[in-house]
Design a protein around this ligand. Structure first.
Ligand code: NDP
Length: 455
């Protein structure tokens, strides 16, 4: 049977674009459709602009530390429109680069919405039908609403926060996950008065307890007012300001409320359920280990499959799928021991099992931990702490988890991830000579376990 193309990709985010480039490299005829801006959440309203804002947020500390190192810094001030415009220039540059790279690879990009009609056809927004040997759904995810709260329409999500016309001097952040923590931290450091509320009793459920406690303390030190077991019940507009009533009846005046209570796979309105593609209870596309759905010609990668919702994972999945469809490979991606980072200040970098998870799985676990004031803060006069933690399965001596709370934890965990993937033992860590003076040297110089957990 003849098709208009070999692969039709819905969504030009990181995963979709990688799949397009690799598939086109094999000589496949590829079409990619995108209804918003090229680059997806990561480039346009996620990782990249967020990291730029995190960089911006760290200058306040640098100015404060500078005096301890002999510098006199004149009056400083922060200008939100300047940062917003600089961010916009950079993401536009990246979006253009994505577009160019898709074209250079030989794939065709069409800027329109596309919906599935059947196992081999999609309909574009103008009604045109395109047939494809394979269809890839790479539509990502979108902010999930926390349910019925009166006045929720007055709040914003991470989609809007990057482009606020005015800097929110008083910000309420709802949620305790990655997005909530990162924005609470960066806006507090940019000078906003931040209140962060969450239903749980601590931030970042699922992370190692020492990291959660350590970062919670750092957020409070940065001025974030944390409220646990507390959620908004009503939002009311008062002129330009908002009034939020919290579940403990406190009412606060704010300029903006950022709701970051998770994300939901982008599957609605794509025609998937109608043509029989299996979706799970969260609306995610169900795929096998090779990213293929229950309909053999339809595949899905990235956040829309709700496996591990991180850009590099989507990119690997897209690459592996293109290899499977047009080259050599089974489409599988190793989803074990994936490192991740929370870009607060300090950062959390983590890979492998938390202490609690390791103790559930193994009979004897050794925990090595260092908790110290980073060298830069000594003369700088800061009160921040850094925590390094190795979780070791005691019988085999294998390091099964690394957790770091420190300024450059994301950079450090990337390198530690290589050791973990190679199944390094504590002895392997110890065999690496320290690089002195660094914070990371603690990872190879912790001699005696801080505690041994035994069943
Ligand atoms: P998370 O899943 O990380 O956190 C969601 C938060 O919202 C949790 O605190 C959760 O509470 C709370 N929550 C969920 N539902 C409700 C509800 N109905 N009412 C009140 N609170 C609720 O989601 P995010 O939105 O922060 O981020 C989405 C995903 O994006 C992340 O999981 C991650 O995969 C990715 N991401 C990664 C980043 C990185 O790598 N640095 C940065 C940003 C996003 P509880 O814990 O009690 O369930």
């Amino acid at each position: 049977m003849d098709f208009d193309c070999d692969l039709f990709i819905v969504g030009a985010g990181s995963g979709g674009v990688r799949a397009a480039r690799v598939a086109a490299g094999y000589g496949a005829k590829v079409i990619v459709a995108e209804e918003f801006r090229i680059g997806g959440t990561c480039v346009i309203r996620g990782c990249v602009p967020k990291k730029l804002m995190v960089y911006a947020s760290r200058f306040a500390d640098e100015f404060a530390y500078a005096a301890g190192y002999g510098w006199s810094v004149g009056p400083t001030s922060f200008d939100w429109p300047t940062l917003r415009a600089a961010k916009e220039r950079e993401i536009s540059r990246l979006s253009d680069a994505y577009r160019t790279n898709v074209g250079k690879a030989g794939a065709t990009l069409i800027e329109t919405r596309a919906e599935l009609v059947d196992a081999n056809r999609v309909r574009l927004a103008d009604g045109r039908i395109v047939s494809a040997r394979h269809i890839l759904v790479a539509t990502g995810a979108r902010p999930e609403s926390p349910g019925a709260i009166a006045g929720l329409e007055h709040t914003i999500s991470s989609n809007e926060i990057f482009d606020l016309p005015e800097f929110p001097r008083r910000l309420l952040v709802v949620g305790g996950g990655y997005i909530a923590v990162e924005f609470a931290c960066l806006f507090a450091r940019l000078g906003a008065e931040v209140t962060q509320v969450m239903r749980g009793d601590n931030i970042l459920r699922g992370f190692d307890q020492d990291m959660r406690d350590g970062l919670r303390d750092e957020l409070q030190r940065a001025g974030v007012r944390l409220r646990f077991g507390c959620l908004p019940t009503v939002f009311e507009k008062h002129g330009k300001a908002l009034r939020a009533t919290l579940s403990d009846d406190e009412a606060i005046e704010i300029d903006q409320a950022l709701v970051a209570t998770g994300r939901k796979p982008n599957t609605s309105g794509l025609g998937l359920a109608e043509i029989g593609v299996a979706l799970d209870a969260t609306g995610a596309v169900v795929v096998d280990a090779g990213s293929t759905t229950n309909i053999r010609s339809i595949h899905a990668i990235g956040d829309v499959t709700n496996r591990i919702n991180l850009t590099p994972v989507a990119i690997r999945e897209g690459h592996a799928l293109a290899d499977k469809l047009f080259g050599d490979g089974d489409g599988k991606v190793d989803h074990h021991d994936v490192a991740s980072a929370v870009f607060a200040t300090p950062e959390i970098g983590a890979i492998g099992l938390t202490e609690a998870e390791a103790f559930k799985r193994y009979e004897m676990v050794d925990v090595y931990m260092a908790n110290f004031k980073p060298m830069k803060a000594t003369v700088g006069g800061g009160s921040e702490r850094a925590i390094m933690k190795l979780v070791v399965e005691a019988h085999t001596n294998r390091v099964v988890g690394v957790h770091i709370l420190a300024r450059d934890a994301a950079e450090m965990i990337q390198v530690a991830a290589i050791a973990i993937k190679m199944k390094a033992t504590k002895a392997d860590f110890d065999a690496a000579m320290a690089v002195h003076p660094t914070g990371a040297e603690e990872l190879v110089t912790m001699r005696a376990p801080t505690r041994r957990l035994r069943r």
